[in-house]
Design a binder for this molecule. Structure first.
Ligand code: ADP
Ligand code: MG
Length: 609
C-alpha cells in the first residue's frame, strides 16, 4: 500500500493558520499596529478603505527591516521577538508567534516597504497568496509601510462572511482604541476613506482618553491607584453620575494588553453598587500590572481572556481600590484628582501618587485593645516593616471643613464650631451605656453606634492590609481543632489562598482542621465564632466567590468588634471617632448597617411641644 500522508504545501498551511489569526479586517489592523509598536514607532498611521475590505495601510516610523528580514517576516514562525522558550515568560512585546504576517500574506495582496535605520536604501516587496511576486529597492526615509489589499481574495467563503461596512468599521475602531489606550506615548493617525477620524498626539493617559472619547470625559474621570504585592492597579474610572445605559467604554488591560473579564467586571460593578442606577454602566480604563509568570501569556492571539493565578484576591483588591477612589471623590471633591487643564502631563508624571488623602494601615493597631497608641494613629510608621502609606493628615474636624465646602444639598453633618479648646471639644461627647456616643453638632445631635464604628474601622484596616500583603498570623501555643463536614472541608480548601492571606495556618486530621496560626487581630476566644462564620460563608451558595474576601473580613471585623460594653476612656473615645471620620464610608458598616444618626434641633423641639 502506498503512503497517503503528505505535508501540506506552505501556502495551504498558511491559509489554514490565517483562518485562526485573521478573522476580519480588524484582526489585520490589530496585528499590524502591534508590529509597529513592537518596532518602537512613535508615530503610527492607519488608513482604511471600505471598512478595510478594500485596503488597510499602516505606516510607522519604527526600526524597519533589512532586505532579508523583509522577506523572512512572511515565513510562518518567523519572529525576532523570541529566541528561547524562557523568553515566553518574560515578554515585553505584543507579538511573539511569528504568525501574523505569514497569515495575512496567505489571504491578501500585501505590499511592504521598509528601511532599516541608517541604511541608505530600503526595499519593497509584493506578495500575494503566500507567493513572493517582486522585491526591489525602494527609496524611503524611515520605518515601514505595509498595505493589505483585497483581504480574503482567495477565500471567498470568508469574504462573504464579512459583515456590513458599518459593523466591520466598528470592530476596527475598537481595536484602534485598545492600542491607542495602551500606548498614549505613541502618536496615532486614523483615516477611513480619506476622512481623518483621529489625529492623536503623544500624551498622557488622561489626555488620550479625552482625545479618543471627547472633551466632556475630562470631568468624568476619577484616577485610581493601588500597589500591593500581588498587583499594581492604575487608571481611571467614571464618576457614578455619568454611568450610561449602554456598556460603552469599559477597558481592562494587563501588562499593557487588552483583555476581557466578566469576573473582574463584576468586581467593578460591586464597587459602584448603590451609587448607580440598576442597568447602567460606568466607564473604566483599568490597568493591571502583575508578574508575567502569574498569568498565562501563551494565549491565542485573537482571544482576549486571560487567566490570573490570584484572581480572587485581585477581585477584592480591585473592588476596594475603586470603592476607595469613589469614596475620596465623594467626600472631598476639591481633592479628588489632579485636574489637567493644559493637558501637558506625561504618563510618567501621572503615575506619581495622586494627591487625595490616603489611609494608612498599621497592622499592629487594634482599635479596641489599646489606649496608649491612641496618640499616634497616623504616625506613618509601621511596626512590622509593613509598607507604610502616606498618613492621612485630616482629622475629623477639618474633614468637616471640607464637607462644608461641599454643596449645601449634601446630607453631611457639620460639627458646631469649636472654641479651639481641647477640653471643650471632648466635653461634648457623652457615652451612653458603653454602646452609644452622643455628640453635639451644628444641626442638633449626632448619635454614634460604637461597636459599628469599631467594626467599620477594623474592616477598612483589614481590607487594606489584606490587599497589600498577607495579614500576619499569630501562632497558637496549643493547636486548635475544629471538625468540619466533607463539603465544608472542600470549600475551605477551595478558598485556601484567601484564608492563608487572612492569617490562618492549618493542617488536616481527616475532616478535623488543626489550626496552628490565626489572624493576628483575633482573640483566641473568637476563633470558634470566626470558623463558624467562615464555614457558613464558604459553603453558602448565594455568596459570590469573588465577594468572599469581603464577606470574611466583614464577619471577622464584626466578631472582633463585639466587645462587652464598657465605658471607653476619653482618649479611646476620641481615637475611635477620629478614626471613623477618616473612613470614606463612615456612615455605614461594610454590610450596610447604620453607624451614625442625627437628631435635628427641630426634631428635638418636637419632643417638647
Ligand atoms: P511577531 O510579531 O509575532 O513576531 P509577525 O508575523 O507579526 O510576528 O512579524 C514577524 C516579524 O516581522 C516580527 O518579529 C518583526 O521582526 C518583523 N516586523 C513586522 N512588522 C514590522 C514593522 N512594522 N517594523 C519592523 N519590523 C517588523
Ligand atoms: Mg506581530
Amino acid at each position: 500500500m502506498s503512503e497517503v500522508i503528505r505535508l501540506l504545501p506552505d501556502n495551504i498551511a498558511n491559509q489554514i493558520a490565517a483562518g485562526e489569526v485573521i478573522q476580519r479586517p480588524a484582526s489585520v489592523v490589530k496585528e499590524l499596529i502591534e508590529n509597529a509598536v513592537d518596532a518602537k514607532a512613535t508615530k503610527i498611521e492607519l488608513h482604511i478603505k471600505d471598512a478595510g475590505k478594500t485596503s488597510i495601510q499602516i505606516i510607522d516610523n519604527g526600526n524597519g527591516m533589512s532586505d532579508t528580514d523583509a522577506r523572512m517576516c512572511f515565513e510562518r514562525h518567523a519572529t525576532s521577538k523570541l529566541s528561547t522558550a524562557d523568553d515566553l515568560f518574560n515578554l515585553k512585546t505584543k507579538g511573539f508567534r511569528g504568525e501574523a504576517l505569514a497569515s495575512i500574506a496567505a489571504i491578501a495582496h500585501v505590499e511592504l516597504e521598509t528601511i532599516e535605520s541608517e541604511a541608505s536604501i530600503g526595499t519593497k516587496i509584493n506578495i500575494a497568496g503566500s507567493k513572493l511576486e517582486t522585491q526591489e529597492p525602494a527609496a524611503r526615509r524611515a520605518g515601514t509601510s505595509i498595505s493589505v489589499k483585497n483581504l480574503f481574495f482567495n477565500v471567498p467563503a470568508r469574504r462573504n462572511f464579512l459583515k456590513s461596512d458599518q459593523v466591520e468599521t466598528k470592530h476596527i475602531v475598537e481595536e484602534f482604541n485598545r492600542i491607542a489606550l495602551t500606548h498614549p506615548e505613541v502618536g496615532f493617525k486614523f483615516s477611513h476613506n480619506g476622512n481623518v477620524l483621529h489625529d492623536l498626539n503623544s500624551s498622557g493617559l488622561r489626555k488620550r482618553i479625552v482625545d479618543l472619547f471627547g472633551m466632556n470625559f475630562n470631568d468624568k474621570l476619577v484616577p485610581i491607584e493601588e500597589e500591593t504585592d500581588l498587583v499594581k492597579i492604575t487608571g481611571f474610572i467614571g464618576k457614578p453620575e455619568f454611568a450610561r445605559k449602554t456598556r460603552g467604554e469599559q477597558y481592562f488591560f494587563v501588562n499593557n494588553r487588552y483583555f476581557k473579564d466578566n469576573y473582574l467586571n463584576h468586581a467593578v460593578l460591586k464597587a459602584y453598587e448603590n451609587l448607580i442606577q440598576p442597568k447602567t454602566y460606568p466607564a473604566y480604563f483599568i490597568y493591571f500590572e502583575v508578574p508575567s509568570s502569574s498569568i498565562d501569556v501563551n494565549i491565542h492571539p485573537t482571544k482576549t481572556e486571560i487567566k490570573f493565578e490570584e484572581d480572587r484576591n485581585i477581585y477584592s483588591i480591585l473592588r476596594s481600590t475603586i470603592k476607595l477612589a469613589l469614596g475620596k471623590y465623594n467626600i472631598a471633591p476639591s481633592l479628588d484628582f489632579e485636574r489637567e487643564p493644559q493637558f501637558d502631563l506625561t504618563q510618567d508624571k501621572q503615575k506619581q501618587p495622586i494627591q487625595a488623602p490616603e489611609i494608612k494601615v498599621d497592622p499592629s493597631y487594634n482599635p479596641f485593645a489599646s489606649s496608649n497608641r491612641a496618640s499616634t494613629p497616623s504616625s506613618g510608621k509601621s511596626s512590622s516593616g509593613f509598607k507604610s502609606l502616606k498618613p492621612n493628615k485630616e482629622d475629623w474636624e477639618n474633614f468637616y471643613e471640607v464637607a462644608e465646602e461641599k454643596s449645601s444639598a449634601s446630607e453631611e453633618i457639620e460639627y458646631e464650631e469649636h472654641q479651639g479648646e481641647e477640653e471643650n471639644k471632648s466635653s461634648k461627647k457623652i457615652q451612653v451605656h458603653g454602646k452609644y456616643v452622643i455628640v453635639q453638632v451644628k444641626s442638633g445631635l449626632m448619635l454614634i453606634h460604637l461597636n459599628r464604628a469599631k467594626e467599620r474601622i477594623l474592616y477598612d484596616q483589614l481590607m487594606e492590609q489584606f490587599m497589600l500583603s498577607p495579614i500576619s498570623s499569630q501562632q497558637l501555643m496549643f493547636p486548635f481543632e475544629y471538625e468540619m463536614q466533607s463539603t465544608q472541608k472542600l470549600e475551605w480548601e477551595n478558598n485556601s489562598t484567601s484564608l492563608k492571606r487572612l492569617g490562618y495556618e492549618w493542617e488536616w486530621k481527616g475532616k478535623t482542621i488543626v489550626l496552628s496560626g490565626i489572624p493576628s487581630f483575633l482573640e483566641v476566644e473568637q476563633v470558634t465564632t470566626s470558623l463558624d462564620s467562615i464555614v457558613e460563608k464558604v459553603t453558602h451558595e448565594e455568596i459570590d466567590k469573588g465577594e468572599l474576601a469581603h464577606e470574611l473580613i466583614q464577619s471577622l471585623a464584626s466578631a472582633a468588634s463585639k466587645s462587652n460594653p464598657h465605658k471607653l476612656s476619653e482618649e479611646e473615645l476620641n481615637h475611635v471617632i477620629n478614626e471613623l471620620f477618616q473612613r470614606s464610608d463612615h456612615q455605614y458598616t461594610a454590610n450596610g448597617k447604620r453607624i451614625l444618626n442625627t437628631i435635628s434641633i427641630e426634631e428635638l423641639n418636637n419632643y417638647f411641644v
